[in-house]
Design a protein around this ligand. Structure first.
Ligand code: SF4
Ligand code: MG
Length: 327
């Protein structure tokens, strides 16, 4: 299948008081219709910035796309007119965030905020748009949607507010939904419910879903493929089963070893030594080399090429992936 969304060699920079921060340094990935891709990495790896670049919301501090392509159904959004770009972003790609409160307007009730979308973008009447708003709240499983339509965002619990934000994102029937840490602020039970809801809606609507997270624990059940990011690059890309059973990149391996496991209760967790690099000062060679237990001399000089083919549909950005796989 042709990709719905394809990001090629994306570079994003921020000018900061400490110099140029290279937040995204050649990110590559694609998303097929109806597929869930998880983008996984520690905070500061460029995963949120990548999403903001796709959505055109690189605002604070000002970020610049310095290179690359963002193709939506084959059309490079960075090469078309502002008008065309805006159309695709408004109608075809939607995004939800960790913090629903900041994404919703506190001044208007949720029914009004949803109805506005239908009136503005679909030209619906007041009555029809209200009906549609109730249907949507129902679809995201807000109990007694009809009676909650006049409530304000602060009158909803954290989990219910997240559902309202999902309803807003789905209002214009996007083909791609980008979810940036959608459950991080919620407690564990509610997290599972929201992930379940996202998975269900994604299937019903055959949407492409990009799930951005630092938490390897939440992606196993819902993702089809995983792109692991480190220092602004995708370092491994594979089907979810391959990532969990046989990681090919030392960083992915270290992430997996840092997931708490029931059978290791009481034992110390393997946390990855050191910290991700400052984006104003990315190490020479392979950016992961100071933290990598497989690192050898070439790693400190030569950056690994974007994608060694580990297997069909499977890549890793590591000179020594065979060793990591134990081959
Ligand atoms: Fe580690 Fe070298 Fe592979 Fe980088 S290229 S991940 S430093 S082994
Ligand atoms: Mg983030």
């Amino acid at each position: 299948r042709a990709p719905l969304l394809e990001v090629t060699d994306l570079h994003v920079e921020f000018r900061t008081q400490y110099g140029v921060a290279k937040a995204v340094n050649g990110a590559n990935f694609w998303l097929s219709p109806g597929e869930t891709l998880a983008i996984l990495g520690e905070s500061g790896c460029g995963k949120s910035v990548t999403a903001q670049a796709i959505m055109g919301i690189l605002e604070s501090p000002p970020g610049f796309i310095t290179k690359g392509e963002i193709r939506y159904r084959g059309v490079d959004l960075l090469a078309v007119s502002e008008e065309q770009r805006r159309k695709v972003r408004a109608n075809r790609i939607a995004m939800i965030f960790q913090d629903a409160l900041s994404a919703l307007n506190p001044v208007y009730n949720v029914g009004f905020q949803l109805s506005e979308l239908f009136r503005m973008h679909r030209g619906m009447s007041r009555a029809d748009s209200k009906k549609r708003a109730i249907e949507l709240l129902d679809q995201v499983k807000i109990p007694a949607a009809k009676s909650r339509i006049n409530d304000y965002p602060h009158q909803f619990s954290g989990g219910m507010r997240q559902r309202v934000m999902i309803a807003m994102a789905l209002a214009l029937d996007p083909e791609v939904l980008i979810a940036d840490e959608p459950t991080t602020a919620l407690d564990v039970t509610v997290q599972a419910q929201i992930m379940g809801l996202l998975a269900e809606l994604q299937q019903e609507r055959n949407m492409g879903l990009i799930l951005i997270t630092h938490d390897m624990g939440v992606v196993a059940d819902v993702a089809d493929r995983i792109s692991v990011m480190y220092a602004g690059k995708v370092v491994e890309e594979a089907a979810v089963y391959d990532i969990y059973s046989r990681p090919a990149h030392p960083y992915t391996r270290a992430l997996l070893e840092s997931i708490p496991r029931l059978d290791m209760k009481g034992q110390e967790l393997n946390v990855i030594r050191g910290l991700p690099p400052a984006l104003t000062d990315i190490p020479k060679g392979c950016a992961f080399n100071p933290r990598c237990r497989y690192a050898k001399d070439p790693c400190r000089q030569d950056p690994p090429p974007p994608a060694y083919a580990v297997a069909p549909h499977r890549t890793a950005r590591c000179h020594f992936f065979r060793e990591v796989l134990g081959e």
